[in-house]
Each structure stands twice: as structure tokens, then as C-alpha cells.
Design a protein around this ligand. Sequence first.
Ligand code: AMP
Length: 431
Amino acid sequence: MSFEKLGVIKQLLSAIKDLGYEKPTTVQSRAIPLVLAKSDVFATAQTGTGKTAAFGLPMLQRLRNVTPQARVLRGLIIAPTRELSIQIYEDLRGYAKNMTLNIAVLVGGKDLESQQKILKEGVDIVIATPGRIMEHIDKGLNVSNIEIFVLDEADRMLDMGFMKEIRKIHPLLPKRHQTLLFSATYSDKVRKLSKLILRKPEFIETSKKNSTVDAINQVAYMVDTEKKAPLLAYIIGSRNFRQVLVFTRTKASADELVLELKKDGLKCGIIHGDKTQANRLKTLNEFKEGKTKVLVATDIASRGLDIEELPFVINYELPSVPEDYVHRVGRTGRAGREGMAISLIDVYEKHDIRDIERLIGMKIPQETIEGFEPDPNVRRRDQDEVKLKSEHKKAEVKRIRKAYVKPDKNKKETSYKKPVTTKKRKTTKRG
Ligand code: AMP
């Protein structure tokens, strides 16, 4: 199958040829004809599958006819993070280079007034984060002429609590519009959202539910917590990794890790929620340009990072939400290239890796590296601690069960009253 056969027009064909796209990826082959036929689409496609062009190319094609004197906003793409929004904007600008469409990106961290000025000059397509688009709508941005509405990485958007914003935007759109919903995973939340916003959608499932991209080799190295940083430096050094993206669970451990790696002489960049937008972009660009070898990031930054041919991703710590593993490793093996995802696992993360394996439906091989094998004594001490924790949990469950109010058979209004419990989970401040 070729892009031409899918019905893609000449202006777009020459632009993607310049980008080196030779043939469509699976999600592109399936989505492009459906979007051109004006169908609503629900696609589960992970980052790296070429999903941006899957919705971007037909969207540009559908909206290509412009009346320059009377431009109205006809295309709206919502993405969960600033980085992803900017990435989509850059991709679309590349695809639309032979067209007269005006495209704008509206994200936080930039002043509202200058964005309003751009909007006033006439824009055909906007890419925005949910919070920022709501601010513009509150200030009078008209979305009543939208013809195509795209929600990218919808699962992430819902995880980040943006359902409220989507519920507010949706009724403001015209009755007849096309909606494209893209999500890496197929959660209940996403399914509910799809029921709310899609009309007779066509479904595209490009990979197994929550499966990781096939081209990615995955391995877990068992190691003690305090040996993780030296092991990471060893892996990067001994295998001569040119560039590697490293994920931590929290901002604090990202900061600590960078200090450790710098001691080993590794040039590192860091991206997490406490960094300003300008700083994150600068760091990302330095990494893309090869000025830094290691980019340490928290999950908030894992979306929207599009780095060409990134062969390695390392999970220094597993994410607290198993779905984030899929997003993290999706940074490598993009567009069918080979990739490798390495996870460094300590004894406390054994449960987490099991949860991930259940989600992705496959076993991740667990290995050790000579000189970094977990110390059995440390392990025993840790296991005792883990056991103690689980004993504590058992007691807690007993206490909760006891606290259930037994129904009184003689009373009319009888029901079990569920005591209010707070979910006991490792709570770490997330990036
Ligand atoms: P995405 O999943 O949209 O983030 O795309 C992942 C990467 O694949 C980006 O660097 C795209 O530029 C690239 N890409 C998308 N479609 C194709 C294609 N048909 N051929 C080659 N590369 C592509």
C-alpha cells in the first residue's frame, strides 16, 4: 500500500516524501481512508506507530480549502501535554508546508495575549492542551465552526484529570463534526469517553490491548536499590550507548540520579514537572542535538517526546501506574525501528513488574549483571520488610472487614455500610 493509493493529495505526498516516509504505517493505512470519508474514528495506537500522521494528513487534506480573508477555526486537536502539543504542531507544519493553512499551538507557559493575537490574525487549525484551550474559550475563542475534533492520547488526558475540560468543550462544538479519538491503551475510562463523544465510530486496533510495540526488546535487571545508579552508569558506559532516555518515578529521584551520573562523567539533561516549559524544551533540544548523552525524565515528560531513532529507554524505577510502562517504552522502536527497553528492578518492584507483565500480556525476561547481582542478605532483610508490610496489610483488611456494620434482620432498612477507607498504595509525589 502507498500513500497515493490511500488517496493522499500531491501537496502532502511531496511533503512526506521530504520527511522520508516511504510507505504508510499500519495505523496510517487504516485511518487515512476513514478520516477522508468523514467517519468518526476510535484508534488504539501507541506513540511511535505514526499516529500523528494518521490523523494529521487526512485532517489537513479535508481542511485544505481556505478562504484567506475569512479564516475560521475548523480543526481542533487536544493533547495532554505541552511537549506533545508542540510535537504535533511541528509535525503538522511539516506536512502542510505546501498548503496555505494557518496552524497554531496553544499551550500553557506562553502568555495568553500573544496567543490571542495569533488567533485574531486567522487560524485554521489549533493544537492545544485542555487547560489552555479552555482559557481561550472563556475569553471568547469560537469553536462553533470546528469540522474535525481530535483527542490525542486520550487515556493520558483522562489519567491527568482532564475529563472536566473535555466535557465542557464538547457541547460547544457544532452538532455535525468529525471526531477522532486516539489512545495508547483501551481503558474503561476511555471507553466511556468514546461513548460520550463519538458517533458511529470506526474502530482501529493496531496492536494487542496494552501491548508494547513489537519491535522493542525488553529486559529487566535485578539489582539492589543502592546499586542502581552505578549499574546504570556501567550499562551506558560498557555498551557504548550514544543516547539514552532514563525514567524515574519521582522528581526527587530524577534530581538525585542526575547528580550521581554527573559524578561518573556522563552529560545529563533532566526534564520533570518542576522545570519550566522553556527549560524543558531547551533540555530536549540539547538531547536531540546530541549535546547530552542521558536524558532523565519523570512520567509527565514521557509523553510527547519524539526523538528520532532513540534506540534505548531505561526504567531506572518502574512507574507507579503500569500503563505508564507502555508509554515509556514507546519512546523507542518508533515507526518500526528496533528498540530496547531495560528496567532496573529492586526487590520492592517485583509486584510492579508482575502488574506490568499482566497488562502487556507477556513475560519480561529477568536477568542479573555480573558484579551487580542482588545481595542475598540485603534481599532477605528487604523481604522481611516486605513480609512485615503484607502482614500489616492483612491486619488492616481484618480491621476493615470487622468494621462492616452487620445487617439487623429485624430492621427494615438494612444494608452493609462500607467504612471509608483510604487506598493503601505507595504514594510518591509524581513528576
Ligand atoms: P508518532 O507515532 O506519530 O509519534 O510517529 C513516530 C515517528 O515516526 C515520528 O518521528 C514520525 O515522523 C515517524 N513516522 C510517521 N509515519 C512514518 C512513515 N510512514 N514512515 C516513516 N516514519 C514515519
